[in-house]
Design a protein around this ligand. Sequence first.
Ligand SMILES: [Zn+2]
Length: 201
Amino acid sequence: MKCEIIRDLLPLCLDGLASRESRREVEEHLAGCPACREAAQGMKARIETPLPPLCPDTIRPFRKLRQRMVLAVLAIILACTLAAGCVFFCGVGWQVDSGSVRMESSVQNGILTLDFMLRDGGILHAVSRLESSGSTWSIEFRERLSFPFDDRGSNPERCFWGLHTGDQDGNPILLPQSVVLRFQDKSGVLSIPDLLLEAQR
Ligand SMILES: [Zn+2]
């Protein structure tokens, strides 16, 4: 048999896939052909070389990668918590107790003004809306922290709420009857006619 054919058969013989007849012919050829014998030994050596075991040096990079991913996830969670905290404390704010807000009322130039002042020096927000009945204003008080570079304005602890008591010519108009002040601990109802009488006194 030609050497080329033997070389083609060698892998099959080594894998145990060649027929008994082929194997016998290959063995006979190898006995008399040093070149093919060497080639066969080379192939055998390559097949029998064990795969390098997974040593710690190959495992560690994956462990490091996993640690980095855990750290990244923790960092993202921390950043989100900080951002949410910032939005709450510096943006949305929290409700204020009735005891921490002082109120003064006055009427000037046909405008009833309620002047609210936060005692502790934080930033006061008064969110007012006219209730659907049309006869009651509702004011909710919130306090927030100032964030860096925040323009606190001249009196961030103060809020004003105003109501025109007449039209442009000073004629009386139909006014809402009450203002509800909503604090965290309680709500207080103020009568607008009473406020006007009091302020004019
Ligand atoms: Zn040969």
